[in-house]
Design a protein around this ligand. Structure first.
Ligand code: XBP
Ligand code: MG
Length: 260
């Protein structure tokens, strides 16, 4: 089936947001609430194993701070902290603190010119996505995406495939007609479990992750694995889409992409 849609993860894929974006916003929220919590880069790398900001806060509160608040009190505190964090993150992004990863804007614009559909499948909060797209691609950019699956539409977090299944259903497409772009093992697991082939551009935080057969690993979208002097084009994406196995297919290595 020919490629009809590109489905992008957000954090780590569209932009390297975690270390200098989300992590800084979490720490600003802790300070705003008078908490002596601080997530340094190393600890945050560990906490990233928990997808979802509220879930990450809950894990930290229990596992690292052994908070003994009653469940409803803890839940209320975590909601307040996460709302504060989201305000700080949106403000940082709006001020230009986060840039798109190499080649992302170029590939998105090429896809638009050639009439491919675009979608988002992310664990993060919708406001974060809108702020990032507006700050990096322009005020109209959120409208370029036919479907946007975020934490507001799908509660189950990656590696659960729910957000990718939700996006495919809203696109009205079979997984065979699309390809996912991800940065982490959680994300690749979610996308491939939904039947999608996946192109992976790891970040420093996910460079040590292992990815599956239905995925191809790239440095970034500006450096083709076979010739880093040239960018990854839409034709390259179409070729990988045609060559890569789906998760339930026997694993046959794509001829021209790094084994992930
Ligand atoms: C990454 C996540 C998110 C962000 C924080 O999402 O797991 O939780 O780290 O954002 P993805 P929130 O890679 O799927 O884009 O605090 O809004 O959850
Ligand atoms: Mg990601």
């Amino acid at each position: 089936m020919s490629l009809q849609a590109l489905i992008f993860d957000v954090d780590g894929t569209l932009a390297d947001t975690e270390r200098d974006g989300h992590r800084v916003a979490f720490n600003a929220a802790f300070a705003e609430h008078g908490l002596d919590w601080h997530w340094d880069e190393a600890l945050y790398g560990e906490l990233l194993q928990v997808a979802g900001g509220v879930e990450r806060l809950a894990h930290y509160a229990r596992a690292h701070r052994a908070l003994t608040l009653a469940d409803d009190e803890l839940a209320a505190l975590l909601r307040r902290l996460h709302a504060s964090k989201t305000r700080h993150y949106v403000q940082r992004v709006a001020e230009g603190a986060v840039r798109l990863r190499p080649g992302v804007a170029r590939l998105i614009r090429e896809a638009r010119r050639e009439g491919l559909r675009l979608a988002i499948a992310t664990t993060t909060t919708r406001d974060n996505v809108i702020a990032l797209l507006r700050a990096t691609l322009g005020e109209d950019a959120p409208h370029w995406f036919d479907v946007m699956g975020t934490a507001q539409e799908v509660a189950a977090k990656k590696p659960d495939p729910a957000v990718y299944r939700w996006v495919l259903e809203r696109l009205g497409l079979d997984a065979d007609a699309a390809i996912a772009f991800e940065d982490s093992a959680h994300g690749v697991t979610a996308a491939t479990a939904a039947g999608l082939r996946c192109l992976v551009t790891p970040t420093d935080y996910s460079a040590g992750d292992a990815f599956g057969a239905a995925s191809a690993r790239l440095t970034d979208l500006d450096h083709h694995p076979d010739d880093p002097a040239r960018p990854v084009t839409l034709d390259d994406v179409r070729r990988w889409h045609a060559e890569m196995p789906r998760k339930d297919a026997p694993s046959v290595r794509p001829a021209r992409a790094d084994p992930a």
